[in-house]
Unconditional design. Structure first.
Length: 425
């Protein structure tokens, strides 16, 4: 592999981060859409816009503001819509997108303050939607439900039958099977997972069970109008092994037919949350697999290389990514030593090929995309990236913003935006 590194934007002296991502507008052709989001607080963006190129990025149109499509205020409460992932379904000839609505009680600043302070009741909630975009551009948006509950009511955004039911949040990927079925993993509250499994959450995972998560893999079968959704047996882990459960799952179907899911875990010991994880527990990337087409999954285990070594990793997002032209399956994420604590360090950023029979990492294929430089702080974040593959060059593009480049925490968002271009040949 060859890797080219390009700085997209210098750090903004106002102390705000600029996040960029590109994707193709259609299943064929060279029309690119670039999105730009502005971030000044954790897990929330304050503005967004997009522009279009009809010649694969050689020239661009004007930026158009899009934030009003994603953000709504309901008195003191807020709702933000995040587009998590999407895919083209060639069997049924439509785009399918997974979205998440996050509803904040009393606004995002107060909600996150309560969350990190150990709130016993959820100050925000997540719900997941399947959005079908047909070739005529009409859309159908359906909330994913795995228990009795109501849809969002703009006149009562905190209605308990919505706010506390069908909590389903962050995912990073969706796959389309050869028959047109879709599979996507979603973080579901540990409370709900344990209820489905018949476990006592107060014994199995008493630490913030509204927010700590297991994972459910949803399957969608197209009925001609929308997807009929079924769900797998939940995948759970004790808080003694991962103090925040399983997060930000990424999914792939291997050529052997096995379905692989890789998760972010955490070894954070938070006294406010009364975590029970043992001191010295390493940080891993965790994985599970299904051999019955997504109905049930193995217990989660620390992910490993073909050499038998485990993959040590801080609590950061990662992605499984299949090359559209060679068919090879890659994983992109942070690989650290055994001494990572909670979310750090978030470097280096690595890529390697994944075995297509069992789903382990091929050690000899691993390459470093980037790491911390001498003039950067230890808290620099080479994570939270976007991916697309150029249809002309077949190169893989990764975009990220280096949050935490400077040593002062108050400057965390004063950061450069970068693009890495990987030639896989």
């Amino acid at each position: 592999m060859k890797i080219e590194k390009i700085k997209v934007k210098d750090a903004d002296e106002r102390g705000i981060a600029h996040l960029y991502h590109k994707k193709y507008a259609e299943p064929e052709g060279l029309t690119l859409i670039e999105t730009h989001k502005v971030q000044g607080t954790s897990d929330f963006y304050d503005a967004s816009e997009r522009r279009i190129s009809y010649d694969n990025g050689r020239t661009w149109g004007e930026w158009e503001e899009t934030y009003k499509e994603d953000f709504q205020a309901y008195g003191d409460h807020e709702r933000l819509t995040e587009r998590m992932c999407e895919a083209w379904n060639p069997v049924h000839r439509h785009h399918v997108r997974i979205e998440m609505d996050r509803v904040f009680c009393d606004g995002h600043l107060k909600a996150y303050e309560k969350f990190w302070g150990g709130a016993k009741e959820p100050p925000f909630t997540d719900h997941t939607y399947v959005v079908v975009v047909r070739e005529d551009k009409t859309e159908n948006r359906t909330m994913v439900k795995y228990e009795e509950g109501e849809d969002f009511d703009p006149n009562d955004p905190l209605k308990e039958s919505y706010f506390k039911r069908n909590f389903a949040g962050i995912t990073t990927s969706i796959i389309v099977d050869e028959n047109g079925d879709i599979f996507f993993p979603v973080c579901v509250s540990m409370n709900s997972c344990c209820k489905i499994l018949g476990l006592d959450v107060n014994t199995y995972f008493p630490v913030m069970p509204y927010f700590s998560s297991g994972v459910i893999v949803f399957r969608g079968v197209w009925n001609g109008e929308r997807y009929d959704i079924t769900y797998s047996k939940p995948i759970v882990i004790s808080d003694r092994f991962s103090s925040r459960g399983l997060m930000e799952p990424s999914i792939a179907k291997l050529k052997s037919g096995r379905i692989l899911v890789v998760f972010r875990g955490s070894n954070a010991a938070n006294p406010v949350w009364n975590t029970r994880i043992d001191p010295g527990m390493p940080g891993f990337k965790w994985y599970a697999f299904s051999e019955d087409n997504g109905e049930t999954f193995s217990d989660p285990f620390p992910w490993h290389y073909d050499t038998g070594e485990v993959i040590y990793s801080s609590s950061t997002v990662s992605r499984l990514f299949r090359d559209e032209f060679t068919g090879k399956l890659y994983w992109i994420g942070n690989i650290t030593g055994p001494n990572s604590i909670a979310n750090f360090p978030r470097y280096p950023l690595n890529i390697f090929e994944v075995d297509e029979t069992y789903g382990y990492a091929i050690r000899s294929s691993m390459m470093e995309i980037d790491t911390k430089h001498d003039d950067e702080a230890d808290g620099v974040q080479l994570s939270n990236f976007g991916i697309y593959q150029d249809r002309e060059t077949h190169k893989i593009h990764i975009t990220l913003t280096k949050l935490g480049q400077l040593p002062k925490w108050e400057d965390v968002y004063k950061s450069e935006s970068w693009e890495y271009i990987i030639d896989p040949e």
